[in-house]
Design a binder for this molecule. Structure first.
Ligand code: PEP
Ligand code: MN
Length: 353
């Protein structure tokens, strides 16, 4: 269930959850919202399968003075204890399903996102796009703006890369997932992309998060390599509080003392996030592994731990890739990879969405 943002305060955070009874009428919900607004508070209404939940946003003492329990249709009034509010499970017990061009991620829909690390040429991108579409993937990834550790390495094709990706979408029908790094490119990326990726390095770029929160396109938010899960959820809160509830969280490995893998994939993040938030949680085994031979086992672990999707890197000739050559899966090996993932997804009772 996608939380519906009816009215958001510019300041303040939801402090109380007003759980409406199973038989509460729409008029009773409207009445509670109206009473909150009269008192200078605001409301975030989430219609659920079992009950409608209203998040009351405003000053704590103002809310405390309202006799909310006595309003018609109200079943329970509970404080929201977590620092994250709109993304928390408390506010929406039903999972959010994120959708782009009819492809879905969340609940029982598994998102299978694949494509090159970086858009290098039209040929390389189109060949990869065709291969991932043929293998049954649901979305195409590819970076046009690249966050590179070294300023002396390939930085991406920029706007030309977006154009190539759009060509690939036209041919395959796959929605595009591509990274936005710079607020100056918001319009171009929001226009071209179907899902806006916020990379690990920008997870706490709060002004960028607020910008994509205003966009009417889903956001794929990657966990920073040194960010706690609470920090990831607070970053998602920045997006959702601007009115964009279509957010996908992505575990992509964190910094530890271990050097055998590029980052350490935090498998525990999946069940923890699934408990804490209604947002879908996907895994990027490619950047975590840094080595193509480990991508399949890590992807399997992600599916088995309950991830709502994966995002993996694929290239026609990884040995010649301009970025992340060691971890991209060759196009020729991808059908087998996709088959193995598809089988596990079914075993988990999900469908590739
Ligand atoms: C990417 O997915 O292209 C990428 C750069 O990943 P991350 O932000 O997780 O490093
Ligand atoms: Mn990469």
């Amino acid at each position: 269930m996608v939380p519906r943002l009816l009215r958001m305060a510019t300041v303040g955070s939801p402090e109380l959850l007003i759980v409406m009874g199973a038989h509460a009428t729409p008029d009773q919900v409207d009445e509670v919202v109206a009473r909150l607004e009269e008192a200078g508070a605001a409301a975030h209404v989430t219609p659920g399968k079992q009950a409608t939940v209203i998040g009351a946003i405003g000053e704590r003492d103002v809310l405390a003075a309202l006799p909310l329990e006595t309003y018609g249709g109200v079943d329970q009034v509970l404080p929201i204890l977590k620092p994250y509010k709109l993304v928390s499970r408390e506010i929406s017990p039903d999972p959010t399903v994120v959708s782009a061009l009819g492809r879905r991620i969340g609940e029982h829909y598994f998102g299978f996102i694949a494509g090159p690390c970086t858009v290098e040429t039209p040929e390389q991108t189109l060949e990869t796009a065709r291969a991932v579409a043929a293998a049954g993937c649901t979305m195409l990834r590819g970076g046009a703006f690249k966050p590179r550790t070294s300023p002396y390495t390939f930085q991406g094709l920029g706007l030309e890369g977006l154009r190539i990706l759009q060509e690939a979408r036209e041919e395959t029908g796959l929605p595009l997932v591509t990274e936005l790094m710079d607020p100056r490119h918001v319009d171009a990326v929001v226009e071209a992309a179907d899902v806006i990726q916020i990379g690990a390095r920008n997870m706490q770029n709060f002004s960028l998060l607020a910008e994509v929160g205003k966009a009417r396109k889903p956001v794929l938010l990657k966990r920073g390599p040194s960010a706690s899960l609470e920090e990831l959820l607070m970053a998602a809160e920045y997006v959702v509080r601007e009115g964009n509830a279509q957010v996908i969280l992505c575990e992509r490995g964190i910094k530890t003392f271990e050097t055998a893998t590029r980052f350490t994939l935090d498998i525990g993040a999946i069940p923890v996030l699934k408990q804490e938030t209604h947002l879908p949680v996907i895994v990027d085994p490619s950047h975590a592994a840094g080595r193509r031979d480990l991508v399949l086992p890590l992807a399997r672990a992600a599916v088995a731990a309950g991830a709502d999707g994966i995002i993996v890197e694929v290239h026609p000739e990884p040995e010649h890739a301009l970025c992340d050559a060691a971890q991209q899966i060759p196009v020729r090996d991808f059908p087998q990879f996709a088959e193995e993932i598809g089988a596990l997804v079914s075993l988990m009772g999900k469908v590739v969405g």
